[in-house]
Design a protein around this ligand. Structure first.
Ligand code: ADP
Length: 215
């Protein structure tokens, strides 16, 4: 099988992962760290569904303008989250935690998942563990893509998302350092942190993740 990034991977490797058990992973990194790229590939490779909170929020926000009067869950979330996402602020923990609580009990994610963009605060990380305890599940690994701040800024400026304007990016990077970096200690203390050098080509990052997952 050829992975989306064009690298060879073999069926025996996949089944080796599948035989073990369902994988539950989170991917962490600053804005522009490459979480989206690696998460998509990893989900195909491990055959687990992706739960990308940033994308889901942007979709929810778009649905508020596509169909402003609708009152489905996604549109309601969009209305509540819009003011924060547009400014590069974090959506309040309570909102995100409730959203994840509803998402993680859906049948399509009972056999593993990869979370991208959640948790983003130490409080969210703790709450995730509580939710998993209730579901009698456990997080396997938190994968941290480590990238220098200057590279994060450069990469984010190269994108054209509505929340990727220079001053908003700077704010998101600062929030990442202040609110998300403390999560690393939370996971490292629990021996669940895999730190990956994210400042190399996507293929090299992919290889390093695989190596470290295999232990
Ligand atoms: P990036 O990781 O590149 O900053 P994302 O697409 O993951 O971008 O997130 C975009 C925005 O969505 C964030 O700036 C924030 O406003 C909001 N967001 C996403 N996930 C969360 C979360 N877990 N908690 C709070 N806000 C979030």
């Amino acid at each position: 099988m050829i992975s989306p990034l064009g690298m060879w991977s073999t069926e025996p490797e996949i089944s080796e992962f599948k035989r073990k058990k369902a994988m539950r992973l989170v991917i962490l990194g600053g804005p522009g760290a490459g979480k989206g790229t690696q998460a998509q590939w990893l989900c195909l490779y491990l055959r687990v569904p992706l739960i990308p909170t940033g994308d889901l929020l942007r979709k929810a926000i778009a649905s508020t303008t596509d169909s402003p009067s609708q009152s489905d869950t996604l549109t309601v979330l969009g209305h509540q989250a819009r003011q924060y996402v547009e400014k590069g602020e974090l959506v309040p923990d309570t909102l995100m935690i409730e959203f994840m609580r509803q998402r993680l009990v859906q049948p399509d994610v009972s056999e593993g998942w990869l979370l991208e963009g959640f948790p983003r605060t130490a409080f969210q990380a703790e709450e995730l563990d509580f939710q998993l305890e209730d579901l009698e599940q456990r997080l396997d690994w938190a994968i941290y893509l480590q990238v220098p701040e200057s590279v994060l800024r450069e990469r984010s400026l190269g994108r054209s998302r509505f929340d990727d304007q220079p001053d908003i990016i700077q704010h998101r990077i600062a929030l990442f350092q202040e609110r998300t970096l403390p999560i690393l200690e939370y996971y490292s203390h629990r021996q669940r942190l895999l730190t990956i050098n994210g400042n190399q080509s996507p293929e090299q990052v992919q290889q390093e993740i695989l190596q470290k997952l295999k232990g």
